[in-house]
Structure formats: structure tokens, C-alpha cells
Write a protein that binds this ligand. Structure first.
Ligand code: UD1
Length: 354
């Protein structure tokens, strides 16, 4: 069996690393070729992650870099097509919902190569999100849809995807978290930053709806106010950094940093008193860890994190950040993680494919 794995961004690496390991172990005679599209290319967004996750060096680097959606998508397609033509894989595996994911799926589908989609079936029902379009296209073109929650199953059924294509396997991002737990629990990132475990808010913001326009200034103002009550730690995504540099808002009291490596980030996440985010993956990681998460968006494609009781949708208006201390005071005891978020999802994918 010949498999090509296509990854491009930070969360892609986290979702795919354990799947590559499981399939290499299950199919040691097979060909396992890794393609890195280069959608994320900074050392802190890419190399550090691959090293910490123990991912072997990519066999192909497409170096597509940044650009408009059409440019980025087109570059992946143009540069991936000859790779797939040469490799002639039996399967192309793609994770998540980024431009690289959709571009790889379209390229493989047009060459008649079967596609497996890791984290299929998520829907925000908000087509203004680029990721929602990427999810819909990728799922429609995929032959094996690996889902992590019953809602994802329901979404695919509602779109007419045949049941035999859908496999409820669990969450491969949580596989990585479980595998790294001993290391990140020992990392002590909070103390290195000079904050008390359990007593700070960890913030990540990177979605265009929030960080490409005026809402970012309002969010920074709200965070500065929150920082008067508890320390606010904010590793800044390059996209967010760009707008922040242009806006030049004052941010008294915020502990800003470059993007962190995954072990340090998970260490800060596990020790946080609360998390404020617009990320999808972080809604899931906090659910597994039982940490209160406040999501600065109007919707989520991960409703299971709300049902679990860890995640609260604040809406897109940054004014809601002011309600975090009061909401924290009302909080119940941490719930159990959802079924199949147990560290073995990748092994189940390998079972299906092998
Ligand atoms: C992408 C995904 C998003 C995912 C996120 C995770 C799409 C449409 N979006 O968003 O779903 O949640 O990754 O981080 O695929 N940049 C750098 N260095 C890098 C990467 C990006 O400086 O290594 C800057 C560039 O200026 C670029 C901007 O960040 O223009 C945005 O990068 P891009 O890859 O377009 O999307 P993300 O915002 O990272």
C-alpha cells in the first residue's frame, strides 16, 4: 500500500503525526510519503512542531507560502499534481480544513486517487468562514471520512454521504496530546513565564473575522482590562501580529510572546485557569484537559465541546471578554472527555485502512 500524507499548517501536523506513526507500524512494507505544502513556513509555526511531534522529515516540500486563497490553493494543486503522478499512491490522506487540505483533495480526486479525510464532518454552517468551504469540498470528494464525534456523523448523513464511507474513530489531535502528556506536564512553562499555575488566562486569536479588522483593537482593550484581574498570556499568531503592528494598540499588562512550541503551549494550556480562543483545536484540547474555554466566535463546528461543559461561545463581540471572571466563578467540576477521545483514534484509522 502506498500512502501520501499532505500537511501544511500547524494544526495539520498535530492531527496527522499519530496517524503516520500508526500506519507505518501497521504497514511497515508500505510506502509512506509526506508532503509539506509550506502554507505555514516560519520555524516557530512549522519546524519546531514537526521536531517535537517526532514527524520524519517531509519527502516533498512544496513551499507555497502565503497568498490569497486562490493563489495558495492553486499553488498547492500545481505543485502537488506531479508528486502524485510520480508517487501513484493508493490513498492520499489529508487532515482538517485548511486551504492545503482542500487543494490536495481536489488534486487527488481529479487524478482518480482515493482520499481519506481526518476530522471529517465538522460544520459551523457559516459559509463566510474559509474553513467551512474547505470542509464541504474535502468531505464531498473523500472516500474514507474519519469522524471524531456523533454530530460530524449526522452532518455527513444529512449531506448524503453514504454510511459505508464514514468511520467514527475518535480524535487524532487528542492522540498526540495523550502521547505528549508526560513531557508537557513536566515542561513548567507557566513558572518560566512568571505566572502561577491555575491563575492566568491563556489567549490565542488568529481568525480573519477577528484579527484582520477593527475587532482586534477592541479585543486588546478588553484583554488589558482583564489583565488587571488576572495575568493574561498571549502567544501571537503571525497573522495577528501583522494587524497588531499596523494598529499599534497599547497593551498594558498583557504577556505577549512569539508563537510557542507545542510542548510549551500544551503546558500553558493544561495549567491555565481559563482559555480565550477562536481556534478549533484548542476548543477540543481544553475539553480533553477539563479547562474552561471561552470561544470568541458566533458559532462553532465543534458543538461537542459545548455539550461537554468546558466550552462557552462568547460571540464575536470582544465586549463579552469582560464577563469571563464572573462566568469562571459559576463553573462546575470538570467533565469527562467525549467517547473515543482516548489516545487510540489513529490506531482505529489504521484498522480501517489496513
Ligand atoms: C490557517 C488556516 C486556519 C487555521 C490556521 C492555523 C486556511 C484558510 N486557514 O490560517 O484554518 O486555523 O492556519 O494557524 O487555510 N504567516 C507567517 N508565517 C507562517 C504562516 C503565516 O508569517 O508561517 C502569515 C502570513 O503573513 C499570512 C498570514 O500569516 O499571510 C496568514 O497565514 P495563512 O496560511 O494564510 O492562514 P492562517 O491565518 O495561518
Amino acid at each position: 500500500m502506498r500512502i501520501v500524507y499532505v500537511v501544511g499548517t500547524r494544526p495539520n501536523f498535530v492531527k496527522t503525526a499519530p496517524v503516520i506513526a500508526a500506519l507505518r507500524a501497521r504497514l511497515p512494507q508500505g510506502r509512506h510519503a509526506l508532503v509539506h505544502t509550506g502554507q505555514h513556513y516560519d520555524r516557530l509555526m512549522s519546524d519546531v512542531f514537526l521536531e517535537e511531534l517526532g514527524v520524519p522529515a517531509p519527502d516533498y516540500m512544496l513551499e507555497v507560502g502565503s497568498g490569497s486563497h486562490a493563489q495558495q490553493t492553486a499553488r498547492v494543486m500545481e505543485r502537488l499534481e506531479p508528486v502524485l503522478t510520480e508517487e501513484r499512491p493508493d490513498l492520499v490522506l489529508v487532515p482538517g480544513d485548511v486551504n492545503s487540505t482542500m487543494a490536495a483533495a481536489v488534486t487527488a480526486a481529479k487524478l482518480g486517487i482515493p482520499i481519506g479525510h481526518i476530522e471529517a464532518g465538522l460544520r459551523s454552517f457559516d459559509r463566510t468562514m474559509p474553513e467551512e468551504l474547505n470542509r464541504i469540498v474535502t468531505d464531498q470528494l473523500s472516500d474514507h471520512l474519519f469522524v471524531h464525534s456523533p454530530e460530524a456523523n449526522d452532518n455527513l448523513h444529512a449531506e448524503g454521504v453514504p454510511a459505508e464511507r464514514i468511520h467514527l474513530v475518535g480524535n487524532t489531535m487528542i492522540d498526540t496530546l495523550v502521547a505528549l502528556e508526560g513531557r508537557f506536564r513536566a515542561a513548567g512553562a507557566a513558572r518560566r513565564l512568571g505566572v502561577e499555575p491555575g491563575a492566568y488566562v491563556l489567549v490565542t486569536l488568529h481568525r480573519p473575522a477577528l484579527v484582520d479588522g477593527p475587532l482586534l483593537r477592541q479585543a486588546i482593550g478588553q484583554l488589558a482590562a482583564l489583565a488587571r484581574e488576572m495575568p493574561v498570556v498571549f502567544p501571537v499568531h503571525p497573522r495577528t501580529r501583522k494587524t497588531m503592528e499596523a494598529l499599534d494598540p497599547s497593551h498594558p499588562g498583557l504577556l505577549l510572546s512569539e508563537p510557542l512550541g507545542y510542548l510549551d503551549f500544551l503546558s500553558l494550556l493544561a495549567d491555565a485557569g481559563a482559555v480565550l480562543t477562536d481556534s478549533g483545536g484548542i476548543q477540543e484540547e481544553t475539553t480533553y484537559l477539563g479547562i474552561p474555554c471561552f470561544t470568541l466566535r458566533d458559532n462553532t463546528e465543534r458543538p461537542i465541546t459545548i455539550e461537554a461543559g468546558t466550552n462557552t461561545l462568547l460571540g464575536l463581540d470582544p465586549a463579552a471578554i469582560a464577563s469571563i471572571p464572573a462566568r469562571l466563578a459559576e463553573r462546575r467540576s470538570p467533565p469527562e472527555p467525549p467517547p473515543l477521545w482516548d489516545g487510540h483514534a489513529s490506531a482505529r484509522i489504521a484498522d480501517v485502512l489496513a
